[in-house]
Design a protein around this ligand. Structure first.
Ligand code: UT7
Length: 367
């Protein structure tokens, strides 16, 4: 059975920074409160021309470059996102088109902030089953578009960004070792984006009631998160036949420093073993774990042979953890230039639209 290795990684965040002081001009809050209660100092906010798919594509191109993999080698693209561009088409298909990944199947995965762990597990299982060899897994968000900037309970928490991993099959040991996924829909009302789906299609009344904004019972989500972070980590370790002492790093969902501290206490691990960067990005939902990983890799914190666990929780309720052994890129020859595929992808996409238009005209004449 082949193993699924993380061979490429990349992240992309908008340039625009919103500090806690900036927020205090919008709602009654202050830098001290936000830092003490959450650990967040600033977050990134997408410009009008930045979308969930464009951030994802920027991150993906960097990941493909590191892995030295062409977009046309991809067989699967999974985009975990809580803020898709449309209900359909899937944001993963927009990414597929922008990358020029002509041989890839593509779908979105919605498990809120646990989405990246779910997606990585799904892609790893496809590789381990032998059905595919190369996959792209992305967590990408433009949460700023759904935040109520008048609600201090939520607007202080979230930020925008994307992280991407390339997964490849290899017989060498390591890569994804185990994963656990959980859900409890009875807590679905604790964190919701009610309008825009089939239950509450957006109309004047959903709009005036603010149902198109993120709504959260922060205290209950906090309580749930502190309960599941350590237990899910332990479960993933048990499934991989590992002990807490065997792992070098825990990469938690970056929601609140106090939740991460509770997980550290639960696992009896020092905070130095936790990768934390929420002070600079806030909670970027599905993107938070890959962004934290990418920064740690690029700082040289994660070395070959290191075992680590990624652990997350989110709306649904969902939670999960994934244990892996870091192995880095698979040695390969030459250098691919994924950004050229992006440029060509634009032309290819246009040509396909023109052909579809002409075919449509001919088909109508035949009828
Ligand atoms: O990916 C999953 C996403 N969700 C989460 O991770 C959320 C988990 N929950 C949390 O992180 C925390 O519950 C929050 C950060 C949202 C809130 O922290 P808290 O310690 O639970 O605060 P609280 O809601 O109990 O509020 C404490 C006080 C209240 O004042 P009183 O009633 O004690 O006078 C609030 O009105 O702080 C007040 N408060 C604020 N003050 C300044 C609430 N939000 C703010 C604010 N600035 N932004």
């Amino acid at each position: 059975m082949p193993n699924a290795h993380i061979t490429g990684w990349g992240m992309a965040v908008p340039e625009k920074i919103m500090t806690n002081n900036d927020l205090s001009e919008l709602v009654e809050t202050n830098d001290e409160w936000i830092r003490e209660r959450t650990g967040i100092r600033e977050r990134r906010i997408a410009r009008e021309t930045e979308f969930t798919s464009t951030l994802a594509v920027d991150a993906a191109i960097r990941a493909l470059k590191v892995a030295n993999v062409r977009p046309t080698d991809l067989e699967l693209i999974v985009c975990a996102t809580s803020t898709p561009e449309y209900l359909f088409p899937a944001t993963a298909c927009l990414i597929q088109d922008q990358l020029g990944a002509t041989k890839a199947g593509a779908f979105d995965l919605l498990a809120a902030c646990s989405g990246f762990i779910y997606a990585l597990n799904m892609a790893a299982q496809s590789i381990r089953s032998g059905s595919i060899k190369t996959a792209l897994v992305i967590g990408s968000e433009t949460l700023s578009r759904f935040v109520n900037w008048k609600d201090r309970n939520t607007c202080i928490l979230f930020g925008d960004g994307a992280g991407a991993f390339v997964l490849q099959a290899s017989e060498r040991p390591g890569g994804v070792l185990s994963a656990v996924m959980h859900s409890d829909g009875s807590g679905g009302d604790l964190l919701t984006l009610p309008a825009g789906g089939s239950r509450y299609p957006i109309n004047e009344s959903t709009y005036s009631e603010g149902k198109h904004h993120i709504q959260m019972d922060g205290k209950e989500v906090f309580r749930f998160a502190t309960r599941v972070m350590a237990s899910a980590t332990q479960e993933a370790l048990d499934a991989a036949g590992l002990k807490v002492e065997d792992i070098r790093w825990v990469v938690p969902h970056q929601a609140n420093i106090r939740i991460i501290e509770a997980a550290a206490r639960g696992l009896k691990l020092p905070m130095e073993r936790f990768i934390v960067n929420l002070d600079r990005y806030g909670n970027t939902s599905t993107a938070s774990i890959p962004i934290a990983m990418v920064e740690a890799i690029e700082k040289g914190q994660i070395a070959n042979g290191d075992k680590f666990v990624m652990v997350g929780f989110g709306a649904g309720l969902t939670w999960g953890a994934l244990a892996a052994e870091w192995t880095g890129p698979i040695p390969s020859k030459g250098h691919v230039h994924p950004e050229q595929y992006r440029r060509l992808g634009r032309v290819r996409s246009l040509v396909r639209r023109v052909i579809r238009f002409i075919e449509g005209l001919l088909y109508r004449r035949e009828l």
